[in-house]
Design a protein around this ligand. Structure first.
Ligand SMILES: [Zn+2]
Length: 313
């Protein structure tokens, strides 16, 4: 290796509204409404543009369209639901009841596109696409997702798997996807334990990724899984904001020193149930923006990260 590579920073956002929680529409998830989504997304867009940072907005296809398009799929959702794929049941109910509050993110999709962010794919209806999921369902999700993309003249190249359940990579690659955000659970077995993940939020010695991309089979690259920006709700609310900010600054400093990579992700709707995240998010993004302006760090989308690594191979 020649010298130290320049540090890179990526931010990806899982954009899904209520599609992401179709199997649990109770409790806190009821707070995901159109007006609250508008506030959360608006905040994120403003912070990113003030700091001149482009992110990867991973949209669930159905969250990127209007009611009319959602209605067109009702029949297909019905058939799948009747075949026993329970994910589609509450979706059919929502469409039949004409109850779209929290399910439509068309305006956010359009703003993301207009402001030059990458649009990445986060499933069609957010049905998990992991290796244990029936091929039939995965094929339906991919074909329908690409149909929506075509309608929008969108060239989808990267995937953030719903629930981070990675699978069916051959099918994804055959359909034009070149990279995906890997799952931390897959990489680090112990991190699958949610209590250990909370404890890890107190770890100020987390390092940046220094390993580069994992080139998987089927010509599709698994990119570093990144870290979830702490969502201070439930047990996670005990983590002080100052500590979260310090932890991220340390990881970013490590990246600058060693030419590493840092990837931050969360769901924009997390800001609804944990408004404190606005503060940690803007502090981290301001810090990244400052380093990027000084030339110490490059910010890149998932797709650009893949392209940068491919060039160096
Ligand atoms: Zn999701």
């Amino acid at each position: 290796m020649v010298g130290v590579m320049k540090a890179t920073f990526t931010i990806s956002l899982d954009c899904e509204g209520k599609w992401g929680v179709a199997d649990n529409l109770t409790g806190n998830n009821r707070k995901i409404t159109d007006s609250k989504l508008r506030e959360a997304y608006g905040y994120i867009f403003d912070v990113l543009s003030q700091n001149e940072i482009k992110a990867s907005f991973a949209f669930t296809s159905m969250f990127s369209v209007d009611e009319r398009v959602i209605n067109e799929y009702l029949e297909k959702f019905h058939v799948l639901s009747e075949r026993g794929f329970a994910w589609y049941e509450p979706i059919c109910k929502m469409i039949s009841n004409n109850d779209f509050d929290g399910w439509i993110g068309l305006d956010f999709f359009e703003r993301a596109r207009k402001e030059g962010h990458e649009i990445s794919w986060h499933g069609f209806s957010h049905h998990p696409l992991g290796k244990n999921i029936s091929r039939d369902v995965v094929e339906f999700e991919v074909v329908a997702g690409l149909a929506v993309a075509e309608m929008k003249k969108l060239n989808l190249r990267s995937i953030v798997f719903p629930r981070n359940a990675v699978g069916h990579l051959d099918l994804m690659s055959r359909n034009g996807f070149v990279c995906y955000r890997d799952s931390a659970e897959r990489r680090l077995g112990f991190m699958g334990n949610k209590y250990l993940r909370v404890i890890n939020e107190f770890n100020l010695f987390s390092k940046s990724e220094r390993g580069g991309v994992i080139v998987a089979k089927n010509d599709i690259s698994g990119l570093p899984a990144g870290d979830f920006l702490n969502w201070p709700s439930g047990p996670r609310s005990i983590v002080p904001d100052s500590l979260t900010i310090k932890r991220w600054k340390n990881m970013i400093e490590d990246a600058v020193r060693y030419g590493g990579h840092v990837h931050l992700w969360f769901h924009p709707h997390n800001l609804i149930t944990a408004p404190r995240m606005k503060f940690t998010f803007s502090a981290i993004i301001q810090y990244v923006g400052k380093l990027a302006a000084m030339g110490d760090l490059s910010t890149c989308t998932i797709r650009e990260l893949h392209e940068n690594f491919s060039e160096k191979k």
